[in-house]
Design a protein around this ligand. Structure first.
Ligand SMILES: N[C@@H](CCC(=O)N[C@@H](CS)C(=O)NCC(=O)O)C(=O)O
Length: 264
């Protein structure tokens, strides 16, 4: 399948700067890592929609201008996604991009009840992502931070109910799946895969990428682990995950640190 453009010459700028979409492919601008763009890539793969991903050398150029050029980068961050020819849909904010894809590809539930539930899960995943990022990127998986994380974000349902931590833990998502709250088909919401499944998959995947968290996740949250395997086997997703289109770097932090001098 398509995936990332692999031609020798970058052709992301069909008609100037970094704004144009290619003639036929949606464009994803992001750092060369999974990061916040990964659920977007998963959805595109599932829909068998190839996309053009800006090559790392061009990402460097984008990084040079994105803090200064509000046109295209109003919030001064990536990912940016340009869908449709000549960029009629030109978005930043990873979840806005995801929601756009959900509306476009009918992955946003069958009615407003399911859509609301999907939104609820997407927002919870955002909050949980902040928590795991703090552990891995900011605290660098220090022992004390890992212990703290395991007894709060990764607390079992029973322990979470008496925890002082604010907001959702992984047990919150485990509960939704295990008790089939919003789906009796083993998806997060509804009878078939939706945006919520790709967002939850990615969050779980961030945990599985950390050896010390992976085992605990598997033993405490079997429904989340089983759901992860199920999403990984979806047609399109399985091919993407096995392809070299998938970045090996997980977080944008290393790239950003390496290139921090460009920002000034
Ligand atoms: N809420 C935004 C956050 C985007 C974000 O934090 N992007 C980071 C990389 S993951 C970024 O562009 N950092 C570079 C910078 O701010 O200089 C989203 O979900 O898209």
């Amino acid at each position: 399948m398509g995936g990332i453009h692999r031609g020798a010459a970058p052709h992301f700028a069909e008609d100037g700067s970094f704004a144009a979409s290619t003639a036929s492919l949606p464009v994803l601008q992001y750092f060369p890592c999974r990061g916040r763009a990964e659920p977007i890539r998963l959805v595109l793969s599932y829909m068998k929609q190839p996309w053009f991903e800006t090559p790392p050398a061009s990402v460097r150029d984008i990084y040079l201008i994105m803090h200064k050029e509000f046109d295209g980068y109003p919030f001064r961050q990536l990912p940016r996604f340009i869908d449709e020819v000549h960029g009629d849909v030109d978005l930043v904010q990873s979840h806005a991009i995801l929601r756009h894809l959900g509306r476009k590809y009918d992955l946003y539930g069958k009615d407003i009840i399911q859509a609301g539930r999907i939104d609820m899960v997407l927002d919870a995943v955002s909050e949980l992502r902040v928590k795991i990022r703090a552990l891995v990127v900011e605290r660098q998986m220090e022992d004390s931070a890992v212990q703290q994380y395991m007894s709060t974000v990764m607390a079992t349902e029973e322990d979470l109910k008496v925890s002082r931590m604010q907001g959702p833990g992984l047990a919150s998502l485990e509960y939704l799946l295990d008790r089939q709250r919003f789906s009796d088909a083993s998806w997060v919401v509804g009878e078939r895969p939706s945006l919520a499944d790709f967002a939850v998959f990615d969050l779980v995947d961030l945990h599985l990428a950390q050896g010390r968290l992976a085992k605990v996740l598997q033993s405490r949250f079997p429904a989340l682990a089983a759901h992860h395997s199920r999403v990984a086997e979806l047609q399109g997703v399985a091919e993407y995950l096995a392809s070299d289109s998938r970045h090996t770097a997980v977080w944008a932090a290393d790239w950003l640190q390496e290139h921090s001098a460009l920002k000034t």
